[in-house]
Design a protein around this ligand. Structure first.
Ligand SMILES: Cc1ncc(COP(=O)(O)O)c(C=O)c1O
Length: 402
């Protein structure tokens, strides 16, 4: 086995530089404040923890118990809700999209809904503005899940600032990563101050875990490159694929036991140093992804998921293949090839075996269809035009055969 075989990561994470590890006077909070456009920025140890802090804050303000989430989203979202002693309620999406179906959303609103969590999946923008009047009328908070969308904007306004609260991830493979990290924003000063107080009361230091995370971040710097990624990522991925364990292959094997601790000063400094390259990185990736999207859209019956907003981010490109059978054939062909093509979340959210007991049985045709036909192509800078052409040819040949 060649351990140094070229491996493309599934997402476009910003690679770290050695110089990022040298202390500087930069503050990550300050830089993110400027970038997002609010002073109200709170760093947590993951987006999951950020959701827990946000939901706990809201729980302290209201006796309501239910939180509405999308039919196709990350399993960490309902896990955070359940962790807070709240109940996730799933709302189906629009056909061939990940965003809420507004009519269905309206039909499930009741007096016990504390919050609605729209998701800006894959840097694509959910239509938060449409749900705001509904939420306001029913006294419901809106938490934008922008875990995959740091840098995405609508008419110059960052995602996360449209609703009451926004949550971003600084986890592995995200645009900006401190190995594990998250971010809460809230434009309302009073609500933000309440969130800060909640965080101060419930999140404590864990110096040992923080040291581990700093070391992991250094290993991320070393191994997050195509010549070494196989050792820490590719070999394990192909092991899971051989066993047909797709849940493990994409990391959907989430656990109800997850750490909540304060992020240390040093890791934040590393993030602040790397942050200086983020905007240029996102712009280059956006340009490239749009060109590739246009090429992909020439394949008949292949759909690229986009909301056609000017300032989306592109960690990867989400495709909808005409049928589940064809998606599975393409994936079988492409996923083991180290080209950064694979799958996103494996199931519609209430279909994960470990989450089933927490959801009421409900028909979610659009969410299920999305899970059955979706696949992704990495937008990492290491996916060269030659690699992309290879992926394109494989996609084209499978779809043309049908
Ligand atoms: C949409 C979405 N929400 C929440 C999360 C949780 O983020 P984290 O891994 O930082 O806890 C993720 C993780 O990838 C995600 O994709």
């Amino acid at each position: 086995m060649n351990f140094f075989h070229y491996e493309v990561p599934p997402t476009a994470g910003l690679p770290l530089h050695l110089s990022d590890f040298f202390p500087s006077a930069h503050s990550l909070e300050e830089k993110l404040s400027q970038f997002i456009g609010t002073h109200n920025v709170q760093i947590e140890c993951s987006a999951t923890s950020a959701l827990v802090v946000a939901l706990t804050s809201l729980k302290n303000l209201s006796p309501k118990k239910k939180v509405i989430i999308s039919a196709y989203t990350c399993p960490w979202v309902p896990i955070a809700i359940i962790h807070c002693g709240l109940m996730p309620v799933v709302c189906d999406s629009n056909k061939e999209h990940f965003d809420f179906n507004l009519k269905k959303l309206e039909s499930i609103l009741n007096d016990d809904i504390l919050a609605i969590i729209p998701t800006h999946l894959a840097g694509k923008i959910a239509d938060v503005k449409k749900i705001l009047p509904l939420a306001k009328r029913n006294n419901i908070y809106v938490i934008e899940d922008a875990a995959q969308a740091l840098g995405a904007r609508i008419k110059n306004q960052s995602v996360g600032l449209l609703g009451d609260i926004g949550v971003f991830s600084l986890g592995v493979g995200k645009g900006l990563s401190i190995f594990a990290g998250g971010l809460i924003v809230a434009k309302n000063k009073k609500l933000f101050s309440h969130i800060q107080k909640t965080s101060a009361a419930m999140v404590s230091n864990n110096y040992l875990l923080e040291l581990k995370r700093a070391i992991e971040l250094f290993f991320y710097y070393i191994f997050y490159r195509p010549s070494l990624l196989r050792i820490v990522f590719g070999i394990k991925l192909r092991h899971h694929l051989k066993k047909h364990d797709f849940i493990k292959a994409v990391g959907d094997d989430c656990s109800f036991k997850f750490p909540i601790h304060r992020v240390g000063y040093y890791r934040k400094q590393i993030g602040a140093n790397a942050f200086d390259r983020l905007n240029t990185f996102l712009s280059i990736n956006r340009k490239k992804a749009i060109a590739r999207m246009k090429a992909l859209e020439k394949i008949k019956n292949l759909k690229v998921v986009t909301s056609k907003h000017a300032h989306e981010t592109w960690p990867f490109i989400v495709l909808l293949i005409p049928s589940e059978k064809m998606r599975d054939q393409i994936i079988q062909d492409l996923w083991p090839k180290s080209l950064g093509a694979g799958r996103l979340f494996i199931e519609s959210i209430s279909n994960y075996s470990y989450l089933k007991p927490y959801f009421e049985k409900k028909d979610l045709p659009a969410g299920k269809d999305f899970a059955a036909r979706a696949m992704i192509i990495s937008n990492s800078p290491w996916l060269t035009d030659k690699h992309f052409s290879k992926i394109y040819r494989i996609l084209n040949s499978h779809i043309a055969k049908a």
